[in-house]
Ligand binder design. Structure first.
Ligand SMILES: O=C(CO)[C@H](O)[C@H](O)COP(=O)(O)O
Length: 225
């Protein structure tokens, strides 16, 4: 069975009536959205906060009621995907380009559940290119700054070869690093570079990681938060 489907559907089980839910982005969360849509049809009162225009579009097509992040102080639960997850519950996100909104929604959330196939579990972060969202003004200068710091930046392009722009009108440089030895220090360094809006390192973020593995799900609970 599809591991993403298993994990995505399972995570919907954390949802309770009346909750405001952060709706992540990506192909795994798609299955959560489909389950949420069923819950809404069955009469659950839920509100979703979408982490991308793509997710908002899918949620609307599934009749999931949406509100803006500014309309709520707290999100009860966010269910989101991830590109890499290490044993300390650090992750890389942003493969779908939604890292900025995903981080804002995560930071407003009481509880975070990540859903993924087991292939996303790694011992060390960094094999997956780390997305860094850069303001489009002077983005080539910021790209050169990243290169000068030996961060091997590659400007993200769409399939048609044109530059990829995020929902907030920024560009993304994917850093081809192979391994991030100290994610905390690396995250601080990135944040200090002018032009960098956000990066895809989500450190000690999720309360729970749900992975699909060969026909079943594995639940990892983060006891430290
Ligand atoms: O961070 C993300 C989007 O910005 C996604 O959650 C991440 O890329 C995982 O996607 P998928 O579930 O399709 O593998």
């Amino acid at each position: 069975m599809n591991e993403k489907k298993q994990a995505g559907e399972y995570a919907a089980g954390y949802i309770k009536d009346g909750m405001t839910i952060g709706l992540g982005t990506g192909s795994t969360v798609y299955y959560t959205l489909a389950k949420i849509s069923e819950l809404v049809k069955q009469g659950m009162t839920l509100k979703g906060v979408a982490t991308s225009t793509n997710t908002a579009r899918i949620a609307e097509s599934m009749h999931i009621p949406l509100i803006d992040l500014n309309e709520t102080e707290i999100i009860d639960l966010t269910i989101d995907g991830a590109d890499e997850i290490d044993p300390q519950f650090n992750g890389i996100k942003g493969g779908g380009g939604a890292l900025l909104r995903e981080k804002l929604v995560a930071n407003a959330s009481n509880k975070i559940v990540w859903v993924a196939s087991h292939t996303k579990l790694v011992q060390k972060l960094g094999k997956f290119p780390l997305p860094v969202e850069v303001i489009s003004f002077g983005s080539e200068h910021t790209g050169r700054l990243l290169a000068k710091n030996n961060l091997v930046p590659v400007l993200r392009k769409k399939e048609n070869g044109k530059t990829f722009y995020t929902d907030s009108g920024n560009v993304i440089y994917d850093l081809h690093l192979k391994e991030i030895a100290e994610p905390g220090k690396f995250a601080d360094m990135l944040k200090q570079l002018p032009g960098v809006v956000e990066h895809g390192l989500f450190l000690k973020h999720p309360n729970v990681v749900v992975t699909g593995v060969n026909g079943s799900v594995v639940i990892r609970e983060n006891k430290e938060i």
